[in-house]
Design a protein around this ligand. Sequence first.
Ligand SMILES: Cc1cc2nc3c(=O)[nH]c(=O)nc-3n(C[C@H](O)[C@H](O)[C@H](O)COP(=O)(O)OP(=O)(O)OC[C@H]3O[C@@H](n4cnc5c(N)ncnc54)[C@H](O)[C@@H]3O)c2cc1C
Length: 351
Amino acid sequence: MEQVDVAVIGGGQSGLAAAHTLRAQGLQPVVLEASEQAAGSWPHYYDSLTLFSPARYSSLPGLPFGGDPDRYPHRDEVVAYLLRCADRLDADIRTRTRVREVRLEGGAFTLGLEGGGQLAARAVIAATGTFGHPHQPDLPGLDTYTGTLLHAADYRAPEPFDGQRVVVVGAGNSAVQIAAELSGRTRVTLSARHPVRFARQRILSRDLHWWLARTGLDTLPVGRFLSTPPAQLVIDDGRYRAAVTAGRPDRRPLFTGIDGTKVTWADGSTEEVDAIVLATGYRPDLGYLATLGALDATGHPRRREGMSLTHPGLAYVGLEWQRSLSSNSLRGVGRDAARVARRLAAHLSHA
Ligand SMILES: Cc1cc2nc3c(=O)[nH]c(=O)nc-3n(C[C@H](O)[C@H](O)[C@H](O)COP(=O)(O)OP(=O)(O)OC[C@H]3O[C@@H](n4cnc5c(N)ncnc54)[C@H](O)[C@@H]3O)c2cc1C
């Protein structure tokens, strides 16, 4: 069986940052990426998506984003940027390689690959993000809904919903952005248990990310003290608040029931709804670690910051609040990756 130093599972921004920082530690990572290119989930995000951080706050270690540092790059620019990062990386990146399972055999990790291949690794970094594991919460009557039901992960563009009555469930960035985009063409309600909370994109003529960096809030290592991530603030240049205030989309508390395509609202009124879009977040996509015993009952990794508490030599990069607010962002993942790479290098030098 082929033996490698460190197997990095996932070839998105987290996997690329991990590989870059492992190389800086003198290790030889092999990046295993299920899809045909090393750009993570970015090619699958909705068509109109632009970054909420300006280009100057959107780089991985080793390669500045480039271009006007104050612009908010479009999704496709991020894809192109990540492919450039992958090209420049001095590491073995294997696309179309999905890891099905990780086992421990004779003190080393054995990775079972889709198609039957195997790989032995002295250390493993799980960097598979969350997009492959959309979260569908228990919502009143949703299991009886017979209209079109999709998660935001499967939403691309508003056109297929033209003329339909649509409910978007959620109160975070994706929920508000998708609902506002749809409401340009059709009747949309934004429905959630919690109110939408906005954060201003620009404060005193500086971008929010300048303030997060300047105050240290971006890197404050509070992740380990949070049992659940705090509610997401919707980053807004004023457009989304104005749209919600104008009732496009209109905002309502969560529906109280569903029967077929009929939705019952909290005030007792009912109406037919053609489509429900669940912008209800994601969970870590780590099913391949389940048999190893590295996850808790909810599928979250047992870890402190990026290091596994169950298996020395196993680490994570890109988890939400892994260490700080910026852990699962383009601007922050490199910092966490560098810490994890240092610790894995120390572990391997003693192993
Ligand atoms: C709609 C949306 C908008 C966002 N906007 C921003 C933003 O503006 N700025 C920002 O900084 N962040 C943003 N984020 C957050 C974050 O930066 C992205 O989610 C980012 O894609 C996470 O990168 P990742 O590498 O951790 O995971 P992903 O990009 O999901 O990459 C994981 C990779 O792992 C691969 N994989 C999965 N399972 C396996 C397996 N078993 N074997 C091998 N490969 C596997 C997948 O194919 C994928 O390529 C946004 C997220 C979403 C969902």
